[in-house]
Design a protein around this ligand. Structure first.
Ligand code: SAH
Ligand code: SF4
Ligand code: F3S
Length: 479
């Protein structure tokens, strides 16, 4: 591969941090590929592996859509791929280590197939450190692009494949909101729908505002027409996506907010609506009213608490006290009937004391979450928390995580047990791989159910009687 370093656009965390008041233009792209790239993928296969959150999974569907428009077909094996792309996550160090491990593992494939193109995209390339490491240590990576460059994939791939040029293009500032990119949906009855991109919360530990840019909302009409289109194609469930959906519409000229959007989406009458993530700050009463009043908005809320201690929350930049969190939680529980809750928790934030950690255990006792995603704090270069001196030893952090996980599991089991004997509505995902008589699917409250049935297909909504449970799933029989 040639290296034209002057053509490279490298990441710059400082400019990724800046926020301007400029309006974000909505670009209605007429996606038309130049002739030279239209057939580039003919008889070629791509392998795409995605790490990280739903935003990345949804991006993967756009990447797949673009590649398929270029004639590529998907493969699930790296051995017969002509283009391997790793769509990466930067949120914690262990997420990044996995990717570096995988890049290393893929090296040998280049020996048997010198034309193989290896690419890295997603959130990791937005970090200077990562691109430096790849340049120094992994010369077999041919293509690097960032989260704001997905629409440029045809041109970038042309440069690598036809011009044999190692290509790096990472915009550090978000551009427009781009509509009309092709999308290849991976699901048949459940779909992700972006409602906004980016994050402006800047929690002090978090890299996402740097990797995903400023908060930008899509227009209500674009979101609704996507939902209508999905409904028309037989999709039963959509999940509205944003790093903080409560902030939806704040950047738009026309008056728009998440409550209004949610109402309009509910009025499309699509069977099931979910949304993620809602920040505890800014969770309006209007939102609660809408969630409570529409049957097709699922009673399940992911409400990340992060810590049970107000001082820690303050240093994290979370903008709520633990009492405010509790008040909101109680209000949601009272107003939305039969609502399930999950959360995210970080242990071992710099200098977290035993007492502060104890308060994290206390909030789990108070809320009795149905599920919690728990993490050991991981310093991210460029974020304010990474500058803090940390006196909590690693083994203490590990012990705290284990203690927390045990408590989370205890409530997950307790909540599941309360389902035994109940009849629940399940959206069928499909038969189990091991036993074709057992199907799996999710309840309205986002609980996994494995159940006995025959004659059902994925996408069916069925009633299931719950007969038993484990910590992380329910067991039942179709009624
Ligand atoms: N926008 C979502 C979260 C996105 S990241 C929200 O604010 O709720 C998903 C989760 O990863 C976060 O909720 C947090 O618990 C965790 N996380 C983010 N940065 C982290 C870090 N540096 N170390 C450990 N966990 C982190
Ligand atoms: Fe990260 Fe906070 Fe934004 Fe969530 S709200 S993505 S935790 S900065
Ligand atoms: Fe990871 Fe990027 Fe999502 S850092 S959590 S893939 S926004």
């Amino acid at each position: 591969m040639k290296e034209n370093k002057k053509d490279w656009i490298l990441p710059d965390l400082k400019s990724a941090q800046k926020r301007t008041k400029n309006d974000i233009p909505i670009e209605r792209l007429v996606f038309d590929l130049p002739d030279v790239v239209r057939d580039m993928g003919k008889a070629r296969k791509y392998y795409l592996r995605t790490y990280g959150c739903q935003a990345n999974e949804r991006d993967a569907e756009t990447i797949a859509g673009i590649l398929e428009a270029m004639g590529y077909t998907m493969t699930t094996s790296t051995d017969n791929a002509d283009f391997i792309l790793l769509n990466t996550c930067a949120v914690r160090k262990n997420a990044e280590d996995k990717v570096f491990g995988e890049i290393g593992n893929l090296k040998h494939l280049k020996l048997t197939n010198p034309d193989l193109i290896l690419g890295v995209c997603g959130c990791m390339p937005q970090e200077e450190e990562v691109v430096d490491t790849i340049l120094k240590t992994y010369p077999h990576v041919d293509l690097i692009f960032g989260t704001h460059n997905i629409h440029r994939l045809p041109q970038l791939l042309y440069q690598v494949s036809m011009n044999k040029e190692r290509t790096i293009e990472v915009f550090s500032k978000e551009g427009e909101v781009i509509e009309n990119l092709p999308v290849s949906r991976f699901g048949t009855h459940k779909a992700w729908v972006n409602i906004m991109y980016g994050c402006d919360k800047f929690c002090t530990y978090c890299i996402v505002p740097y990797t995903r840019g400023k908060e930008r909302s899509r227009l209500i009409e674009d979101i609704i027409s996507e939902v209508e289109e999905l409904k028309g194609r037989g999709f039963k469930e959509i999940t509205l996506l944003g790093q903080n959906v409560n902030a939806y519409g704040k950047d738009l000229k026309e008056p728009a907010n998440f409550a209004l959007l949610l109402k309009s989406v509910a009025e499309t009458k699509i069977e099931r609506i979910r949304f993620t993530t809602s920040h505890p700050w800014d969770f309006s009463d209007a939102m609660i009213d809408i969630i409570a009043s529409f049957e097709n908005i699922m009673p399940y809320i992911h409400l990340p608490v992060q810590s049970g201690n107000t001082d820690v929350l303050k240093i994290m930049g979370r903008r709520y006290s633990i009492d405010e969190y509790k008040t909101l939680f109680v209000k949601l529980k009272e107003r939305i009937s039969d609502c399930a809750f999950s959360t995210d928790i970080i242990v071992g934030f710099p200098n977290e004391t035993d007492e502060q950690f104890q308060q994290t255990l206390d909030i789990v006792d108070f809320c009795q979450f149905d599920n919690a995603f728990t993490f050991i704090y991981s310093p991210r270069e460029g974020t304010p928390a990474a500058q803090m001196v940390d006196n909590v030893p690693k083994d203490v952090k590990k012990k705290r995580l284990a203690q927390l996980n045990a408590k989370v599991a205890q409530y997950a089991l307790k909540n599941n047990k309360a389902y035994i004997g109940r009849m629940v509505e399940v959206l069928v995902d499909g038969p189990s791989k091991k036993n074709p008589e057992i199907y799996s699917g999710y309840t309205r409250t986002q609980k996994l159910v494995n159940f006995k049935a025959d004659g059902v297909v994925s996408g069916d909504l069925v009633n299931v009687r719950i007969t038993d449970c484990k910590t992380w799933f329910l067991i039942g029989e179709k009624a």
